[in-house]
Design a binder for this molecule. Structure first.
Ligand code: SAM
Ligand code: FES
Length: 345
């Protein structure tokens, strides 16, 4: 049954909601391997054995939001908050450039102390210093005009995980002041403004059901994000979800394969959370159809402070160490790190 559904997905690039629920509720290791085989064939046909790398600069862990799952939520008083200056952000990008990165991802909590003008200025400075590079932003929910100004300043891509396509589920993961409708609206704005847009979910977030994931897959089908961020939910000790179980490693890999089959050209990272839940999680993610890895370029002094979940990997390593480590990890499974922007085609 599952293999027939995987074949149907590959053929039609569509499954009905009930078919998704059946597939996600009743798969075996053998079905996962079957999906991974098809997914990997698709990614190899599109990208060869090349893996795109993006250097993430986590420039502030200050956040006005209070998502129940996130370690840097505003109510967590155990976090030592930090902010990098524009010069420090630029330095991280310069170092990344030397290491072969051609995409910089600026990520932060929703920190309103950086005005939109300041953010635009940072984007312009990075693009001026490195005109052959792409800038990706991951700053959360902004207004249409703010997204527009950042796009005009030169930002190429934007990552904004929708977290869940099921509004009732969203409301169990966030306090009432946060709005699923607004987040979905933001994603529409981003597409409209011509950003290569990334959506995504945490696998196994509390209260998630097979129906929720079925809705996520239908959302991916209709929205057609250029990037999809999927990693396991991992608990953080200072959040309301501290005692919730981790997401499933196996389901994360299965979903990566299904996303690759659904949207053959999608840019699909093997996430840091996947590398945290299993030591070779990112390699297995690539073998399941992922084609992007996003190591950290933040200064070592602040890395441990951007702790979204417990035991996050690479928080003690220099950028150059991570770069070397990834090169080796990818080589070990027959892949090579590409020195290129790695745009969505
Ligand atoms: N503030 C921006 C936003 O909200 O999009 C970007 C930063 S936010 C920390 C980036 C992503 O981290 C979220 O979209 C969420 O999916 C993920 N994340 C947060 N807490 C997590 C956890 N406990 N386990 C796994 N992923 C988590
Ligand atoms: Fe950071 Fe391996 S990627 S140490």
């Amino acid at each position: 049954m599952s293999k027939a559904l995987i074949d149907k997905l590959n053929r039609d690039k569509h499954l009905e909601k009930e078919e998704w629920v059946t597939l996600l509720s009743g798969y075996t290791d053998d079905d996962r391997a079957y999906a991974a085989g098809i997914a990997r064939e698709i990614s190899n046909s599109r990208f060869g054995n090349k893996i795109f790398i993006r250097g993430i600069v986590e420039f502030s862990n200050v956040c006005k939001n209070d998502c129940y799952y996130c370690g840097i939520r505003r109510s967590n008083t155990n976090v030592q908050r930090y902010r990098l200056t524009p010069d420090e952000i630029l330095d991280c990008c310069d170092e990344g450039y030397e290491l072969g990165f051609r995409t910089f991802v600026l990520q932060s909590g929703e920190d309103k102390s950086y005005t939109n003008d300041t953010l635009c200025d940072i984007v312009r400075r990075i693009k001026a210093a490195h005109p052959d590079c792409a800038v990706t932003l991951s700053l959360g929910e902004l207004t249409y005009d703010e997204y527009k100004a950042l796009r005009e300043a030169g930002a190429d891509r934007y990552l904004l995980r929708h977290e869940t396509a099921d509004k009732a589920h969203y409301e169990k993961l966030h306090p009432a002041e946060m709005s699923w409708d607004n987040r979905m609206e933001c994603l529409k704005y981003l597409k409209e403004l011509g950003y290569q847009t990334g959506a995504g979910i945490m696998v196994g977030s509390p209260y998630q059901t097979a129906e929720c994931i079925a809705e996520d897959m239908l959302f991916f089908e209709s929205f057609k994000p250029e990037m999809i961020g999927i990693g396991p939910f991992l608990p953080h000790k200072d959040t309301p979800f501290r005692d919730e179980p981790k997401g499933s490693y196996e389901l994360t890999l299965f979903l990566l394969s299904l996303c690759r089959i659904l949207l053959p050209d999608v840019l699909l990272p093997a996430t840091t959370a996947l590398g945290t839940i299993r030591p070779n999680g990112r390699e297995e993610g690539v073998k399941a159809g992922a084609n992007v890895i996003m190591p950290n370029l933040s200064p070592t002094a602040v890395r441990k402070k951007y702790m979204l979940y417990d035991n996050k990997i690479c928080t003690g390593d220099e950028s150059a160490q991570c770069r070397g480590c990834l090169e080796m990890r990818m080589k070990s499974i027959g892949y090579e790190v590409a020195v290129s922007r790695g745009d969505h085609i």
